[in-house]
Structures are given as C-alpha cells and as structure tokens.
Design a protein around this ligand. Structure first.
Ligand code: PGA
Length: 251
C-alpha cells in the first residue's frame, strides 16, 4: 500500500511572518495516514521548520542546485537544505523549466544530487497544451523521466516521488479529469516498471494542477493517483487541510 502524500508548493509567496502562521495552522491539525509536506521559499525554511516542530508535517524545498558547493552564485545545495530539516525537494517544476531554463538534463542532475544528499526528490513531469493536442503527452513526460534514468540508472526513482502536472492545468483553474490523469499516471507507472518493477509498485505519483477541496477526492480516488502537489490551494490552510483529509479518506 502506498501512503498518500499531499505536498503544498508555496512558490514565491508570503513573508516570514505569514509563512510561519500558515505552517502553524497546517501543523495544528494532525491528518492521520497521509504524508503532509509544505514547501516554502528557501529563505523561510528555518522559520517554518521551527513552526512545524512537534508536528508530523514534513518540510520540502522548491529547488536545489546540482552542485554541492563552489562558484554557483544564487544557488542552494541539497546538503544546505537538509541542515534546515528539509526532507523533500521539488525538482523540475514546469515554472522552473519554462521560466528559468531548467532542461531535462539539468533536472536529472539536480535529482541525482538530491538523492545523493539523502533527500527525496518530488520529480515533476508534465506536457503543455500543444503537446497534448498533438498527441505527444506520453512522449514528453517519458522523456522527462528518461533523463533521470539516464543520469541515475534504473533505480532513479527508488527513493523518489513523482508529480504529474499538466502545464495547462497549473494555476489556470483547469484540471485534468480524473480519467485523463489516471491514464497518464498508469502509463508512467508502466514506464517505470519496464526498468524497475518494485519501484513502479511502490513509487508515489502525485497529481498537480488546480487541485482544490472540491476535486481532490475524485482525483486521489483513482488507483494510480497517490496524492497531490498543491499550488494555490496550499496557501489557505483550510483548503490545504481539506485536501489532506480527502487524501486520508482514500488511504
Ligand atoms: P496550482 O499549482 O495548484 O496552483 O495549479 C500546482 C503546482 O504548480 O504545483
């Protein structure tokens, strides 16, 4: 059985004060049977980590450098993130790919560095609307996974989480239907099974893209959807917790 996971990607939002407040609100409600993760901006990790103390809510970062240290201005390494209590790192979010030039290869290198530091990547894949309309969804998402296999070998996802986030659904209010999402999740699992059967059954594949309290249960109720990566709705504790509860009901 895969334990459901709900991860909040807070993106570039909040202040020190509001991040601590939001973390405190999330930490105040224990949701049994679900791994709940929050991913604030890196600068807020220390404060948020303190706010989560004593709760079961886990801490994640939104990105990590592929390098450990050296002349890489503006970057943060996985080891540095671990020092702040981070256990998860989002890798290859579509905003990183489209706005900051993260390529399949650089995402794979970051993934490798996160694993090497003992943290768990939440590795994002997803197609644009053009890709989907051209019938290229699986080719695109598989090439994103393939880059990580190329860099890390057949067990690239043995200690990872995957997030399927159709680019056209992120922050748009448009959600993939549960059937559309399930179809991709099942194919991703098969793609992994061709290299590593054990990981394919164990790896959690989260859905992301306009998940909200109204659609979470139906999405997470699908057999290959193991939780959600939540953007906008993660900024309101009541909405985020309602999604966590919906995931708990599927556990
Ligand atoms: P959204 O973002 O829930 O606001 O669509 C999801 C994400 O970017 O991870």
């Amino acid at each position: 059985m895969r334990t459901p996971m709900v991860a909040g990607n807070w993106k570039l939002n909040g202040s020190r004060q509001s991040a601590v407040a939001l973390a405190g609100e999330v930490a105040a409600t224990e949701v049994a049977g679900v791994d709940v993760v929050v991913c604030p901006v890196s600068l807020h990790l220390g404060d948020v980590s303190q706010a989560l103390k004593g709760s079961s809510v886990l801490l994640g970062a939104q990105n990590a450098c592929a390098e450990e240290q050296g002349a890489f201005t503006g970057e943060v390494s996985s080891t540095m993130l671990a020092e702040f209590g981070c256990q998860y790192v989002i890798i290859g979010h579509s905003e990183r790919r489209s706005l900051f030039g993260d390529s399949n290869e650089s995402c794979a290198a970051r993934h490798k560095a996160v694993v090497a530091a003992g943290l768990t990547p939440i590795f994002c894949v997803g197609e644009t609307l053009d890709d989907r309309e051209a019938g290229n969804t699986m080719a695109v998402v598989e090439s994103q996974l393939q880059a990580a296999f190329d860099a890390c070998g057949d067990n690239a996802f043995a200690s990872a989480v995957i997030a399927y986030e159709p680019v056209w659904a992120i922050g748009t209010g448009k959600t993939a239907t549960p059937e559309q999402a399930q179809e991709v999740h099942a194919e991703l699992r098969q793609f992994i099974a061709a290299r590593d059967q054990q990981t394919a059954s164990a790896v959690r594949i989260l859905y992301g893209g306009s998940v909200n309290p109204g659609n979470a249960a139906e999405l997470i109720g699908k057999p290959d959807i193991d939780g959600g990566l939540i953007g906008g709705a993660a900024l309101k504790s009541a909405d985020f917790l309602a999604i966590c509860q919906a995931a708990a009901a599927q556990a």
